[in-house]
Design a protein around this ligand. Structure first.
Ligand code: SAM
Ligand code: DTB
Ligand code: SF4
Length: 377
């Protein structure tokens, strides 16, 4: 039961969302226990591999170049640094590493080749690898899959109706296309939204309805509470009530019984009691580690204490699917062969030049010619 047929219309979902809170939590907890081990919570670490300078205008995002948020535009992180961070995440109990890039879309360039290498290496460490890099073509999705990517995160964020109030530089169907490309490549889909951006309850239901309409809904659905960052158009948004987060988690849990619901951004403002109710209501995953992409998140130690108090245990990797195989990337391999060929040709040219006693032509600057003329007068 990927989607719950009892709640596959806007009306029934809205009715569910508005149920008396404890009834809603009880129904969600019941469904959760039928499909998942309620003591297990997946810990996924986020790593911003390319921070800031993004060309998009997502009103919530501190990484959009056009907003003054104090986030600098960095270059892509090196593969070595990624491995260091992945090791740290693994040692702290994370079973998944999600690498994020502040890109509108992936471009077929050297940076993408490096991301492919990161995916290959992190997968070989026995971690589930997830990426969130913006829009993807069919071929790019296939390359990522071939490298060993387990999941791809691409959020619809809100309802189609509310989307244009939040983002103007791309359209809802662009996001849907990428999700289709990811699905087509056989990668697990992670897609969810943000609440607390000023949207109506109808828009939260609209977001869930977008997933309801898919042949295959996402395997994981992150529910983010807006982190209102100074400098973004949403900086003045009032913090959302914890009850609304619990309602959204519970409704998502009931509507998509087999998906993993991730209690995502916004946990620093939630008490252990509130988070406990979210786990009770079916949240089965969190982002772990003291940083999301650019904003704070509870420290590993705090979460470890919370797990002890609530009797939760970190979920092991690859419980819901096999570890993907890592294959050589054809494009990178071709580039390597070409580079090797060029190196050899250069070497041969150098050796020939020495053999033939070749004297390189020396070019003079206009100024030095004038100088010589002056001197000879
Ligand atoms: N650039 C890529 C993209 O937009 O898909 C990947 C990175 S982007 C930061 C990933 C997701 O983070 C967004 O889709 C959004 O749901 C979430 N996000 C960004 N800023 C946020 C904020 N201030 N509060 C909550 N969630 C946020
Ligand atoms: C998701 O749904 N939430 C994460 C992850 N997917 C990429 C991102 C949250 C970002 C919060 C703002 C920041 O730290 O920059
Ligand atoms: Fe760019 Fe992604 Fe942030 Fe939008 S959410 S501004 S696409 S990094």
């Amino acid at each position: 039961m990927k989607v719950n047929p009892q709640y596959n219309t806007k009306e029934t979902l809205l009715e569910l969302y508005n149920k008396p809170l404890l009834e809603l939590v009880f129904e969600a907890a019941t469904i959760h226990r039928q499909h998942h081990n309620p003591r297990e919570v997946q810990m996924s670490s986020l790593l911003s591999i390319k921070t800031g300078g993004c060309s998009e205008d997502c009103s919530y995002c501190p990484q959009a170049a056009r907003y003054n948020t104090g986030v600098n535009a960095d270059k892509l992180m090196t593969v070595d640094t990624v491995i260091e961070q992945a090791t740290n995440a693994k040692n702290n109990g994370s079973s998944r590493l999600c690498m994020g890039a502040a890109w509108r879309e992936v471009k077929d360039n050297r940076d993408f080749d490096n991301v492919i290498e990161m995916v290959q290496q992190v997968n070989s460490m026995g971690l589930e690898v997830c990426c969130t890099l913006g829009m993807l073509t069919d071929d790019q999705a296939k390359r990522l899959k071939n490298a060993g990517l387990y999941a791809y995160n691409h959020n619809l964020d809100s309802s189609e109706e509310y989307y244009s109030d939040v983002i103007s530089t791309r359209e809802y169907h662009d996001r849907l296309n990428t999700i289709e490309n990811v699905r087509g490549a056989g990668i697990s889909v992670c897609s969810g939204g943000i609440i607390g951006m000023g949207e109506k309850v109808d828009d939260r239901i609209g977001l869930l309805m977008s997933y309801m309409k898919m042949d295959n809904p996402p395997e994981s659905i992150p529910i983010n509470a807006l982190v209102a960052v100074e400098g973004t158009p949403l900086e003045e948004q009032k913090e959302i009530e914890s009850w609304e987060i619990i309602r959204m988690v519970a409704t998502t849990r009931i509507a998509f019984p087999e998906s993993i619901v991730r209690l995502s951004a916004g946990r620093t403002s939630l008490s252990i009691e509130t988070q406990g109710l979210c786990f009770m209501a079916g949240a089965g995953s969190i982002f772990a580690g003291d940083k999301l992409l650019t904003t704070p998140n509870p420290e590993f130690n705090e979460d470890s204490q919370m797990f002890d108090i609530l009797g939760l245990i970190p979920k092991k990797p690859f419980q819901d699917g096999c570890q993907p195989e890592t294959h050589k990337d054809e494009i990178i391999e071709q580039k390597k062969v070409l580079a090797e060929k060029r190196k050899k040709e250069l070497q041969e040219a150098r050796e020939n030049a020495i053999k033939n006693n070749f004297k390189p032509r020396v070019f003079k600057t206009v100024d030095s010619i004038k100088n010589e003329e002056q001197l000879s007068k």
